[in-house]
Design a protein around this ligand. Structure first.
Ligand code: NAP
Ligand code: MG
Length: 404
């Protein structure tokens, strides 16, 4: 064995829960530690430790990402009533991803991993489509009411100086519903900058879409903020890189997407991003082949798999069964973070290792070694359905060939 690849600065490592916590350890032991002098700043976000630290560990991990700029995160349980009982929690801690996103003020970019033997449902999609979802406000922070009978609903703004302005939303004659929602120029600006920056880093065109023809103030504000930040800060950089920024209506964007060959980043408002990221993920194959990266406006990066902790597999694992859980997205979270670390620290060897790891993983799937979820969707002449351990060993043997 040749010498280990060195790192200059650590990655922030955020460990997690259940089956993905098991995968995490297997990936490190099989595919990373034998080849890398792995340096991490480790935070255990497993639910037991979140309970022990009253969730302080999540805050500390997010602060560490600010310091070191690059992190990699394992899937974590977002507690609900059942989990509170299962883990004997003192409180129903918030979603770690929500907490981290709020601290880093980041935008999430989701990208499918493409392999030749899994064909996207849209035949023309030969390149990945990346969905950037604004993660603040709109209906996710709304106030809603049911109106049970006749009456007037108004929108009232009381300024800090006491001045009041009012607008009638609707004069109800019968029952119905009403909602109020908001967004902030600052949050929309951060979202815009994260998108422009990521498009430049990825060398991809950026599309942004809202419904500003109907929503003449709300959605129009999004459009205007994007346009202004682009003109003032990014237009020249895009021109130099030969990239395009393109704004259109959300319905037009969807129609164009279906006819495209992919390769772009589509930035979406919160709800549009919620819907389109699941649509794109399922059209490309599987949640287990979808990566996700949180990018802050300051250029901090946190990589993870888009799926959860795969709870059902974990309970089988606890009974001693070998499971066929797909580690691909978690491997790509590591390779994404190592690549970014290598770029920041100017370590071409580290970047090249991360690329080889990705290549070895894709080649393993393309050679027909498949976890159960992939076997259901792959077009492979003689597939071999393998458990996670065997799958990792197959990746390892290809990785060693690539590194030799
Ligand atoms: P999930 O963990 O994504 O799993 C849902 C189902 O999808 C699994 O039961 C499995 O189907 C399939 N699946 C997902 N990832 C897979 C993989 N890598 N390999 C093979 N199959 C895979 O979602 P969930 O069951 O709704 O959530 C479980 C926990 O994860 C929850 O506590 C939730 O809070 C948490 N979660 C965390 C994150 C995050 O940290 N980013 C995201 C989402 C959910 P089969 O069982 O049919 O094989
Ligand atoms: Mg969703």
């Amino acid at each position: 064995m040749t010498s280990l690849i060195e790192m200059k600065n650590p990655l922030v490592e955020l460990d997690g829960d259940e089956m993905t916590r098991v995968l995490w350890q297997m990936i490190k032991e099989t595919l990373l530690i034998p080849y890398l002098h792995l340096q991490t700043d480790y935070y255990d976000l497993g639910l037991a430790n979140r309970e022990k630290t009253a969730d302080r560990v999540t805050l500390e991990a997010a602060e560490a990402v600010k310091i070191h700029k690059v992190g990699v995160k394992c899937a974590t349980i977002t507690p609900n009533a059942e989990r509170v009982k299962e883990y004997g929690l003192r409180e129903m801690y918030k979603s770690p991803n929500g907490t981290i996103r709020a601290i880093l003020d980041g935008t999430v970019f989701r990208q499918p991993i493409l392999v030749q033997n899994i064909k996207p449902l849209v035949k023309t999609w030969s390149k990945p489509i990346i969905i950037a979802r604004h993660a603040y406000g709109d209906i996710y922070k709304d106030v809603e009411q049911r109106i049970e009978g006749a009456g007037k609903v108004e929108l009232v703004f009381t300024a800090a100086n006491g001045q009041v302005s009012k607008e009638v939303i609707h004069n109800f004659v019968g029952s119905g519903v009403v909602l109020g929602m908001h967004n902030l120029d600052q949050s929309i600006s951060s979202f815009a900058r994260a998108c422009f920056r990521y498009a430049l880093a990825q060398k991809r065109d950026l599309w942004f879409a809202t419904k500003d023809t109907i929503s003449k103030k709300y959605d129009h504000t999004f459009k205007d903020i994007f346009a202004q930040i682009f003109a003032e800060e990014y237009q020249e950089k895009f021109a130099r890189a030969g990239l395009k920024y393109f704004y259109t209506l959300i319905d037009d964007a969807v129609a164009r997407l279906m006819r495209s060959d992919g390769g772009m980043i589509l930035a979406c408002k919160n709800y549009d991003g919620d819907v389109l990221s699941d649509l794109v993920a399922s059209a490309f194959g599987s949640l287990a082949m979808m990566t996700s990266v949180l990018v802050s406006p300051q250029g901090e990066y946190l990589y993870e798999a888009a799926h959860g902790t795969v709870q059902r597999h974990y309970y089988r694992y606890l009974k001693g069964e070998k499971t066929s859980t797909n580690p691909v997205a978690t491997i790509f979270a590591w390779s994404g973070a190592l690549k970014k670390r290598g770029e920041f620290d100017q370590l071409p060897q580290l970047v090249s290792f991360a690329r080889s790891l990705e290549k070895a993983t894709i080649e393993t799937v393309e050679a027909g070694y498949l976890t159960k979820d992939l076997a259901a969707i792959a077009e492979t002449a003689v597939p071999e359905i393998v458990n996670t351990e065997r799958f990792l060993v197959e990746i390892k043997s290809r990785l060693e060939e690539l590194l030799a």
